[in-house]
Design a protein around this ligand. Structure first.
Ligand code: FMN
Length: 361
């Protein structure tokens, strides 16, 4: 309540990227104080065996993760369990550090509970990310992944090698690696529509994993508007190249369904859309993958989660665990605790209904 009625209106009058950076600094300084971190974790982290989930080699205390894009440079790694998340994905990281698109590059669409994101993969690069991950690896108390994406000015023919370079830098220091093949703000983003490119990438990663005997879980992150034909091919490739699972989905390019369509100046800006606008497309993609792949692939569902009901919809569509960013930005510090608490209630309710059904039969 305090966040929604007092803090958020003040924050929402200020440049969103500036607030984003301020939030990370605040989380960093709070979480670096051991005493404060422990107290806040006790308040925010929900311990309940019914929330536990296992995917591949990863064990999650709860199924609610922080999605890529919030902490690109691994600045406040200890803060996320403190805020109640069950896991976190850092990045996306590119092999060479890059400044991203010129500012401003983040806009709010409150009517749509959405953000326009045009960061353009700004980050400090894989070498710095490796040093950060090495420093924090033994301190982390939740599983964490790192998302890798192509350096923007690399010619298309070297993009696979660019991913592979980042993979070599980072695979040892994260619990899982995500191959982000869906950022809508990459200059040559039509490369992601080329299935041959994704195939070559997965082939190269598989070879490295075999050669180095890497057991780490690998995910691939896809966009919400790729079409069923391409999705079918990606699912088949994930099975063929032994990918742990698919993260569905990244930002939306299509703006036709926006409520704010006639309105604010923000709409003239380029970028991908996060938040509520993405929810149905993301859920449809998850259902499709689950139907096609059965239990052979794990699914991390992401897009438009603000409440436990939203998270449950994704799990019902076929996701094993979920991630969010925009719901955290709009909902504030208590939102993850509330989602986890309400999620336990939903599970308990479903369990009771099922039991009643069995007894009645
Ligand atoms: C500010 C911001 C930056 C993002 N940056 C990345 C990124 O670097 N890599 C990535 O894979 N996804 C990125 N995303 C996409 C999110 O990880 C997520 O897929 C998308 O926002 C949908 O989830 P949401 O509705 O909960 O925000 C970003 C999203 C936001 C809001």
């Amino acid at each position: 309540m305090f966040y929604r009625w007092i803090i958020r209106p003040i924050f929402f009058k200020t440049d969103p990227e500036w607030i984003h950076n301020l939030a990370i600094k605040f989380l960093k300084y709070t979480s670096e104080n051991n005493f404060l971190r422990k107290i806040l974790k006790r308040i925010f982290f929900v311990n309940d065996p019914r929330l536990k989930v296992k995917i591949g080699n990863l064990e999650f205390e709860n199924p609610i993760g922080l999605a890529a894009g919030f902490d690109k440079n691994i600045e406040a790694p200890l803060a996320y369990s403190m805020m109640g998340f069950g896991f976190v994905e850092f990045g996306s990281v590119t092999f060479r550090g890059q400044p991203g698109n010129p500012k401003p590059r983040l806009w709010r669409l409150p009517k749509d509970k959405s953000l326009i994101v045009y960061y353009g993969l700004c980050n400090n690069g894989a070498a710095k990310a490796r040093r950060r991950l090495k420093d924090i690896k033994n301190k982390m108390d939740i599983p964490f992944g790192v998302s890798i994406a192509p350096t923007t000015d690399v010619p298309k023919e070297y993009m696979v090698s660019d991913y592979v370079n980042s993979f070599y830098e980072l695979y040892k220091y994260a619990d899982y690696i995500t191959l982000n093949v869906s950022c809508p703000n990459v200059a040559a983003c039509n490369i992601f529509e080329q299935i041959s490119f994704i195939k070559e990438l997965l082939e190269r990663v598989k070879l490295i994993r075999e050669k180095k005997e890497i057991k780490k879980d690998i995910f691939i992150k896809i966009g919400p508007d790729m079409g069923t034909e391409n999705l079918d091919k990606i699912i088949d490739m994930c099975l063929e190249y032994e990918i742990t699972g698919i993260i569905a989905t990244n930002l939306l390019k299509d703006r036709n369904d926006l409520e704010s369509n006639s309105g604010p100046d923000e709409l003239k800006h380029p970028g991908g859309l996060s938040g509520k606008i993405l929810e149905n497309k993301s859920n449809d993609t998850i259902s499709y993958i689950r139907k096609k792949a059965g239990t052979k692939l794990a699914i991390i569902g992401v897009g438009g989660i603000f409440t436990a009901e939203d998270a449950y919809k994704k799990i019902k569509s076929g996701a094993d665990v979920v991630q969010l960013v925009t719901g955290f930005v709009y909902g504030g510090p208590f939102v993850i605790r509330k989602i986890n608490k309400d999620f336990v209630k939903i599970k308990r309710l479903i369990y009771c209904c099922k039991k009643k059904d069995i007894n009645n039969n």
